[in-house]
Design a protein around this ligand. Structure first.
Ligand code: NDP
Length: 251
């Protein structure tokens, strides 16, 4: 029996592939055999070099997803450079912190436009191609705040909760067309995004005490979940939000 996790011959787009979770997922997909288009505001040279060192093809697509303007180009450049599109990982995301009573429209728009609006329209652009070919995999990066309220991050919580609903809606609409749409909800993962929390001794201790696994997640912890959802092994997994959180939500 062939390896159900093998992604040889598949082409993936990963947004936010420069650093953190996006970089780790891009490398995990490449290690499983996929060629990867790495999307970021700054060209993802380092990630692309690591993918090529694994013997896979990499394309670098520079795009600022704070607006939907580059969405069609991301798909077109991937098709032109790598000759196909089978997997989309919507990972790029930002966070803004302030009390709800003080939260500004600018911080609302910046987060919701990047984390939710661009995600939908990239799903749409990639989904049109996937539906036409009768096959495709979309993986949206959600959060624990897809399930919980959080505090001082209103636009982030709204965007990640929206990702959960959007994932299920697209799964409903596209399940019969060969396209699966699922999400991964990371717990506390040690990246640039969370550097300030890690550096704050009191908050870091409180976080560690609350995580059943007793440690921060490593970006590489997300790789297996992404490979699974992108692979033949997940053919019948549809509209699911897979927590990779060291047990945070189980507590
Ligand atoms: P990082 O800050 O390390 O990575 C975020 C990535 O998103 C960067 O590579 C950045 O690329 C890219 N990005 C940000 N804004 C844009 C934009 N406008 N256009 C294109 N790319 C953009 O964060 P993480 O790896 O921690 O986060 C990745 C995802 O995981 C996010 O969606 C985040 O919400 C989610 N997440 C993270 C958790 C954690 O604990 N770390 C927990 C739950 C969810 P560049 O700067 O090069 O443009």
């Amino acid at each position: 029996m062939s390896n159900p996790f093998d992604l040889t011959g598949k082409v993936a787009i990963v947004t936010g592939a420069n650093t953190g979770i996006g970089q780790a997922i891009a490398l995990a997909l490449a290690a499983a055999g996929a060629d990867v288009a790495c999307v970021g505001r700054t060209p993802a040279e380092d990630t692309a070099a690591q993918i090529r060192a694994l013997g896979r093809r990499a394309a670098i697509v520079a795009a600022d997803l704070s607006t939907i303007e580059p969405v069609g180009r991301v798909v077109d450049e991937t098709l032109a450079a790598l000759g196909g599109l089978d997997i989309l990982v919507n990972n790029a995301g930002i966070i803004r912190r302030a009390d709800a009573v003080d939260f500004t429209e600018a911080d609302w728009d910046a987060v919701v436009d990047t984390n939710l609006k661009s995600v939908f329209f990239l799903c749409q652009a990639a989904g049109r191609h996937m539906i036409a070919q009768g096959a495709g995999r979309i993986i949206n990066i959600a959060s624990m705040l897809t399930f919980q309220g959080g505090i001082r991050v209103p636009s982030y919580t709204a965007s990640k909760s929206g990702i959960g609903g959007l994932t299920k809606l697209l799964a409903n609409e596209w399940a019969g067309k060969g396209v699966t749409v699922n999400a991964i909800a990371p717990g506390y993962i040690a990246t640039n995004n969370t550097a300030a929390l890690q550096a704050d001794e009191t908050r870091n201790r409180a976080i560690l005490d609350r995580i059943p696994a007793g440690r921060w997640g490593d970006p590489a912890d997300l790789g297996g979940a992404a490979v699974f959802l992108a692979s033949r092994a997940a053919d019948y997994v549809q509209g699911h939000i897979l927590a990779v959180d060291g047990g945070w939500l189980a507590r």
